[in-house]
Design a protein around this ligand. Sequence first.
Ligand SMILES: N[C@@H](CCC(=O)N[C@@H](CS)C(=O)NCC(=O)O)C(=O)O
Length: 195
Amino acid sequence: MDRVTLTLYDAPRCPYCARVRIVLAEKGIEYEVVEIDLSDRPAWIYEKNSTGRVPVIEEDGWVLPESEVIMQYLDERYPEPALLAADPADRALARLRMFRHDEMASPYYALRRGDDDATPRFERALLQLDSLLEGAPWLGGPEYGLADIAYVPWILRARDMLGVALDPYPALSSWVARLEARPAVAAESAIVAAL
Ligand SMILES: N[C@@H](CCC(=O)N[C@@H](CS)C(=O)NCC(=O)O)C(=O)O
């Protein structure tokens, strides 16, 4: 298939955009960035995405919003290296984890807002991830892939921006260390550090 220019409408602080940046980096895909100021979004972004949110990708005038859909599209469009396992059960597990992402993200945003019960809620979410990672090295099972990429941007932001200690969660901590050994994820840690 002929390659076309891929544009990412992006915001450094956005964890949903981070998902897409990591997938693009893992696959070595070249792309152009249009940075969107989230505190003063241009009106034209609504023509790309009716919700006005980023990320959005564009290829020759064709646009696609929604980070999870974008991740899966990129994995099909640029199959190497694969970020969903070959085995249907492992693929289903990765999709299940992504489907339930809000179980972690909702307490994360509560913590960011400073809601009263946010700390125990987020701790429970981290404990849940820790116990999943005691049973398998990656959130999608035996192989690294989209499920890990779907979660790690929030974990990095919780640790580095909200001061959440990950030491009490050994399996989660070791998962983060293995992820940060990957250049695609290390680049995200650098972006978070610069925010
Ligand atoms: N469901 C969307 C969520 C994207 C999202 O919430 N992006 C935020 C930045 S992190 C945004 O654009 N916020 C602007 C707004 O909500 O008006 C996705 O997965 O791509």
